[in-house]
Design a protein around this ligand. Structure first.
Ligand code: GDP
Ligand code: MG
Length: 670
């Protein structure tokens, strides 16, 4: 016999941390909402018959966002055997709001009160026995982070599942809402049983005006009218609308019957400290400059101060290994064509990319610190206001931020956005957020042409991408995407010292992805490019790569880019191969100019570009359509190939126009 546990809770309540503790796995834990989008499954350690599912964080069980829908369906269709509702003990009152809704579903439920370590540290105490009595479900205190109480929780959940223990029948409604819910429950009883829906939950949802439940119940015309009449009467007597009536009722119950079990002063150290820090960091006027300042410092450290040192070491290492391999190959007396394939193809391609690993790790280290400390959630909050002005909501901030890492997970995370409009618009704008694969391109070009202003040029590219995104958003808001974004509600986690393990995990994932890409996509691309640039159409080896079939192809496209200042066939070729993955732009150049590492490459680029055309090239690479992997997810999320092609076409057109304007105007001035 197997048991399935579903973890349900608010965002940031620690579900994923608990999941990792239970299963011994290491999923991404994030200190901002929206990190877990899809549900993840695992087998519980020491209890191999038990499966656990990590569901996305929700605040209610209304079907408005994708997360709410996933969680609600899981409960409605009894996909699991027992629900573990994870709550954050430090925001006890607000967390129970969801708990009451889960209890209404009338499903075996265990309450896991998480973050007990923080609660203790704040000098407060929670009476578990009393809470258990008040709620009518088993309550287990845990600290997912420290691994406390996990075994007890698993046992409690298994017991509830085996005995199919339902929450004790109780009534947490009062006043006019009470009357409405009970009368409606009476009317819909048969329909609910028929549709296999929990009666009390359905009645509450009808009071709230949930159309989906209404449809599932398939009430008769007469019953529907009765329900609406009862709701109207309740609204009139309470003087509030239907949503507020139910919310008020739940909070009233929590305040009266649950809050007394929490003893001690109400604001804990972490929270009061957070409130003080927030006064400054989310200040109406100062918030934005502070954010820009912090990012500026991070960029300076990454690209200006520390990054280059490591990069040079790495490049030197790569050069050493390449030289060593070459000697060995010569000693072995291998066929010169094969030698060239290995050294000028594979080594040049992969090697030129590997030297950027330190910069990328460094950047992600800083971002992981910001995220782990809780600052990123504040930034999302601060940006909500601005994002609204351009027709997006603060919710889009998380995908946008992920977009600076890689567009693929960023596009996937747009599923957390409530409305289709917000989603599509965000997906279209995401490629303008400069992804980390473009870093090697910026690094080499700034090294070659703007050595004294490296961090400045980097920042201008990142900011430029954002500005173009904003302009496009404004354009879309007034044309294709009229309407307004979904409201954004988010709670801010307390500031914490970032967890070492979590930061290390994030870095490891980034590093692994990067290295995997270098040895798969880029490796393959390097070999293909080497072959195409070494032979002509009759498969004879060419002395000058300008006569190769690659050159032939590049020359067809070259005129398109001539007005942007880079009409050389090697540029158009690099841009096309860059569609496989953006780093390939650099590995292609390395192979084409015969440079073994990034330093050699930087010094050879002078023969292809002027500083002006180099900057124009950077603008184009910043903005043009993303790589095939992103294209594939965009296609999936937008639902059709046509729409994805349209999106890519739009992005490439924007890139061309921006680079064109820059190059032409700058040429006039300089
Ligand atoms: P989810 O959104 O519910 O999946 O929450 P996560 O598992 O991603 O955790 C959110 C944050 O809370 C992370 O920074 C965790 O390290 C932190 N956290 C989780 N459990 C605990 C705990 O028991 N104690 C403390 N102090 N922090 C925790
Ligand atoms: Mg999570």
């Amino acid at each position: 016999m197997s048991i399935e546990i579903a973890l349900v809770g608010n965002q940031n309540s620690g579900k994923t941390t608990l999941f990792n503790q239970m299963t011994g796995s290491s999923l991404n834990v994030g200190n901002f909402p929206g990190t877990t989008v899809e549900k993840k499954e695992g087998i519980v350690k020491h209890h191999h018959e038990v499966k656990v599912v990590d569901l996305p964080g929700v605040y209610s069980l209304s079907p408005y966002t994708e997360e709410e829908r996933i969680t609600r369906d899981c409960l409605l269709h009894a996909e699991a055997d027992v629900v573990v509702n994870v709550i954050d003990a430090t925001c006890f009152e607000r967390s129970l709001y969801l708990t009451l809704q889960v209890i209404e579903m009338n499903f075996p439920t265990v309450l896991a009160v998480n973050m007990m370590d923080e609660l203790r540290a704040s000098g407060r105490h929670l009476d578990m026995e009393g809470l258990q009595q008040a709620l009518g479900i088993p309550v287990v205190p845990i600290s997912a982070f420290r691994g406390e109480g996990i075994e007890e929780l698993v046992i409690a959940a298994m017991t509830s599942a085996k005995n199919h223990t339902l929450p004790r029948k109780m009534d947490f409604c009062s006043g006019p809402a009470h009357k409405a819910i009970h009368s409606i429950a009476h009317i819909i009883e048969d329909a609910a049983v028929g549709a296999k829906l929990p009666i009390r939950f359905s009645a509450c949802k009808l009071v709230e005006g949930d159309d989906e439940i209404k449809e599932m119940l398939a009430l008769s015309e007469g019953d529907s009218q009765m329900v609406e009449m009862l709701v109207a009467e309740m609204e009139q007597r309470l003087g509030t609308d239907r949503d507020a009536a139910i919310a008020d009722m739940r909070y009233a119950f929590i305040e009266q019957y649950c809050c007394p079990f929490l003893k001690g002063k109400s604001v804990d150290k972490g929270q009061s400290r957070s409130i003080k820090i927030d006064k400054l960091l989310t200040h109406r006027i100062l918030a934005m400059p502070i954010f820009v300042g912090i990012m500026g410092v991070i960029f300076y450290l990454t690209f200006g101060l520390i990054g280059p040192i490591f990069n040079d070491w790495m490049a030197a290492g790569v050069a050493e290994i390449t030289a060593l391999t070459e000697t060995i190959l010569v000693d072995l007396g291998l066929n010169p064509v094969v030698q060239s394939l290995i050294i000028d193809g594979a080594f040049a391609g992969v090697g030129s990319i590997l030297s950027f690993l330190p910069t990328i790790i460094l950047l992600f280290f800083f971002l992981a610190l910001l995220e782990g400390s809780g600052y990123m959630a504040r930034v999302a909050f601060v940006f909500d206001h601005l994002l609204r002005k351009i027709g997006l909501s603060g919710r889009s901030f998380v995908p946008m931020l992920l977009g600076f890492g890689c567009t693929v997970p960023a596009v996937m995370s747009t599923r957390t956005l409530g409305s289709d409009r917000d989603r599509k618009m965000t997906i279209l704008l995401l490629p303008f957020m400069s992804c980390s694969a473009k870093l090697p391109i910026y690094s080499v070009f700034t090294m070659a042409f703007f050595d004294h202003y490296r961090s400045l040029v980097m920042i201008s590219l990142y900011v430029g991408g954002i500005l173009v995104g904003i302009l496009c958003a404004l354009l879309m808001k007034h044309t294709v995407f009229r309407g307004s974004p979904m409201p954004f509600l988010m709670e801010l986690p307390s500031y914490r010292i970032p967890d070492k393990k979590v930061v290390a995990m994030n870095l490891w994932q980034e590093t692994r992805d990067f290295i995997t890409r270098a040895f798969t996509v880029i490796f393959a691309a390097s070999i293909v490019i080497w072959v195409l640039q070494s032979f002509d159409l009759t498969w004879h080896q060419v002395a000058d790569s300008g006569d190769s079939m690659l050159a032939g192809f590049g020359k067809i496209l070259a005129p398109i880019f001539a007005p942007l200042g880079f009409g050389d066939w090697r540029c158009s070729t690099a841009l096309v191969t860059g569609l496989m993955s953006k780093e390939t732009v650099i590995s292609t150049f390395s192979i084409l100019v015969g440079a073994g590492d990034s330093v050699a490459l930087a010094s050879s680029l002078g023969s292809i570009f002027t500083p002006l055309s180099a900057f124009s090239f950077l603008i184009f690479t910043l903005l043009y359509m993303p790589c095939v992997a992103s294209f594939a997810v965009t296609r999936r999320e937008l639902g059709s190939l046509g729409k994805a092609l349209l999106a890519s076409g739009f992005q490439t057109a924007v890139a061309w126009i921006c680079a064109f304007l820059f190059y032409q105007i700058a040429s006039l001035i300089i």
